[in-house]
Design a binder for this molecule. Sequence first.
Ligand code: PLP
Length: 366
Amino acid sequence: MDWEAAIRAELDPMVPYAPGLRASEVRERSGRDTILKLSSNEHACGPFPGAVAAMEAVLTRLNRYPDGAARALRRALCEHLDVADETLVIGNGSNEIIRLLTQAVVRPGDEIVFAWPSFVVYPMVAQMFGATAVRVPLTADETHDLPAILAAITERTRIVFLCNPNNPTGTIYRRVDFEQFMAEVPDHVIVVADEAYFEFVTADEYPDALDCFDGQRPLAVLRTFSKIYSLAGVRIGYGVMPAPLARAVDKIREPFNVNIVAQVGAYYSLGDEAEVERRRRENQEQKTYLYSAFDRLGIAYVPSETNFVYVRTERPVEVFEALLGEGVIVRDFGTAPALRVGIGTPEDTRATVAAFEAICTRLGGV
Ligand SMILES: Cc1ncc(COP(=O)(O)O)c(C=O)c1O
């Protein structure tokens, strides 16, 4: 077989998604027993108690396919979000919805516009479907430059991904700026507001993109159960979008894309607003504590609306390695002068601060 001829040429420049280091690998490398994994923006605690019990209860039924239409969860989500059934898509993580949306509308030679740095999956799906990825640099304070994104739109633009809050910088754009953007964005462009960290946000000026959703204008809003709901391991996310687009995505998804454990876990997590609020508050407290330690240590960071903090450093590789030596796994980006540090439990935060203190002493700063 001539594999070069067989495999689509668009895939040549792509590299497989590189997951962060696993705790077991670092345990071996560092010789430490306790490893803190702060590299994938997961929640440090397990799923909501009601969800764990319900997921355990379905394990004996795994011989059956899941409900391919996820009916019970759909009803609950529609009620929770106050949206019509035909506008809701549930996916194997919101990642799957990003891919399916793109597959549904992008033709080779089209353009996809997004801020940069932002979520690494946007350039991946552009390449996957033969589109040109148009990266619009973040502003100096690491936020979306919405006017520059508007200016980057052409006749060939099919999708604009807006990541709010932005991964990896943790920053948000404000409601007034989003409303202005939505008023000016041309009608041939689908705006995808990726709100994976929605539940962590505390800023008043944060726009809930669903407020702009009317089922008519080309806006899709994506959320996930992977973050505050702690269901990353079972893969489940959702999107709200105009009915014709939701129907197109429904046609090309796998028939049983959302497994039964995920459906049940999500169903029994929804509605526990007290637990969401408790987690949001605890996350906020841990960030405040981490900021004060960073201030004391002279470490520059970008204030975040998420469960991670973008830490500026001119020597990311050295600092990344030094943190690994302390048993702390953060995310490095290869090229950016920064590292992304996840927020965990109060105990995790104390250990994070201790690790930064140790490396500041050793390296003379970060
Ligand atoms: C901005 C953003 N969007 C989407 C996702 C994908 O989440 P999921 O686990 O639902 O696929 C992530 C995961 O890290 C993310 O950071």
